[in-house]
Design a protein around this ligand. Structure first.
Ligand code: NDP
Ligand code: MG
Length: 387
């Protein structure tokens, strides 16, 4: 099986390589290409271990370092955004889209044109270009498979069902590190506290997004496009143990759930082996050791991001691009101590309320260039918003 890993140096990328390391004795893999950004050390180490054909860094300033470290190996070396798009054009049996943020959107769109199976971890692709991505996959007859644990769970629950019989989808959320904080305790939390996720080990940005529940907000929008759902079919419930990854209720009131240990290699393996199921020698689910599976309502006063996502869910246009770009800048500004934790949602709300953004409630951008240009404009505006 020919494989490409976009974002191989990140948390999902490393989980993918760990899985391949475990499975390579029983399955045949050829890694065509790995891409990263700043972590040249890791990129080189993995390129050598897996004897990859091509390595790419998105960061052009790192090309000399990359070339120097790999000078005695037979590997193609490239840098820059265009080189990542070109890597998608190599084609593969399976590609995982695991670049973080909007930077992952154009490569995912390109991947569905050239690769047979595209395993999507980059939720921003669905949030910013959901319709374009799903339609492009249809046109090019490629298969999109969700890696995000909730969406992978939903996918498994609805797999053999008639989509018309879905009543609602319930996304589970751990509640993050501030689940038991009061609103006033949340007002002064630090970046380190926000990164301290109780149940999952993930990259820095998604960890902080989980603490603010912007991650769940993005996931609601992701689910809308992946499964073609309406706003009133999407719910969130807090499930602190992170064992049930999501649930689907059908019109006959049956609810199906998917459970597995909270290790992203489970979802990645599901997409890697799809449509088959294969044994993966990692930790089993031990139900008897779990004392409890509990559920709570989301406190939307503490987590206004969920309410903001509902605005996007009700619209037909490209407001998701606005939401994501404002959120990315809010996150940057929180990380650099420019704004406080709770101000992230204030900033996103302010951007969504700008008169010029109302156009995107109805206008659906259907080319990647238009989407990139709106993303850039909203990022610029969001930098300047005063809080
Ligand atoms: P990480 O921050 O751990 O890794 C991000 C990857 O993207 C790294 O390889 C990084 O390179 C690369 N990257 C960063 N900036 C750029 C850029 N401008 N251009 C190209 N590549 C870039 O993120 P995660 O692995 O946690 O998340 C990846 C995606 O998967 C996100 O969209 C996230 O929401 C989603 N996801 C993650 C889950 C998880 O468990 N981590 C679960 C579900 C979804 P480098 O490290 O070399 O700088
Ligand atoms: Mg998730």
């Amino acid at each position: 099986m020919k494989i490409i890993i976009f974002g191989s140096t990140g948390s999902i990328g490393q989980s993918t390589l760990s899985l391949i390391r475990i499975l390579k004795n029983t399955q045949k893999f050829e890694i065509l290409a790995l891409t990263g950004n700043d972590n040249i050390e890791q990129l080189c180490k993995d390129a050598i271990e897996f004897k990859v054909k091509r390595v790419v860094t998105a960061n052009k300033n790192c090309i000399f370092q990359l070339k120097e470290k790999l000078s005695s190996y037979n590997v193609e070396i490239y840098a820059g955004e265009e080189a990542i798009l070109d890597t998608a054009r190599m084609g593969a049996d399976w590609i995982i889209s695991a670049i973080v943020g909007f930077a992952g959107v154009p490569p995912t769109i390109e991947a569905v044109k050239y690769c047979k199976i595209v395993a999507v971890a980059n939720k921003e692709s669905l949030v910013c270009a959901g319709k374009l991505l799903m339609d492009t996959a249809n046109t090019y007859k490629s298969k999109l498979l969700p890696v995000d644990s909730e969406h992978n769970a939903i996918f498994q629950c609805v797999n053999s069902e008639n989509p018309k019989t879905i009543k609602k989808v319930i996304l589970t959320a751990s509640g993050g590190p501030f689940r038991n904080f009061t609103l006033s305790e949340m007002s002064n939390v630090t970046v380190a506290q926000a990164m301290n996720h109780p149940t999952w080990s993930m990259g820095k940005r998604i960890s902080i997004d989980s603490a603010s529940m912007f991650n769940k907000a993005l996931e609601l929008i992701e689910a809308k496009y992946f499964f073609d759902l309406k706003s009133n079919q999407l719910e969130v419930v807090i499930h602190p143990e992170s064992i049930i990854h999501s649930m689907v209720t059908f019109i006959d009131n049956s609810t199906l759930a998917q459970l597995c240990p909270n290790d992203m290699r489970n979802a990645i393996a599901h997409t890697l082996n799809y449509p088959e199921r294969k044994k993966i020698p990692i930790k089993d689910l031990d139900l008897t050791s779990l004392k409890n599976l509990s559920f709570e309502e989301v406190d939307e006063k503490k987590f206004p991001s969920i309410n903001l996502a509902r605005i996007i869910l009700k619209t037909k246009g490209s407001l998701g691009v606005v939401f994501n770009a404002a959120k990315e800048i809010a996150l940057d500004r929180f990380i650099s101590n420019d704004i406080k934790f709770l101000d992230m949602s204030n900033l996103v709300e302010k951007v969504l309320q700008l008169p010029e953004m109302s156009e995107y409630e109805c206008t659906l951008l259907y080319s990647i260039d238009e989407i990139i240009s709106l993303n850039n404009r909203v990022r610029q505006i969001s930098q300047q918003i005063r809080i």
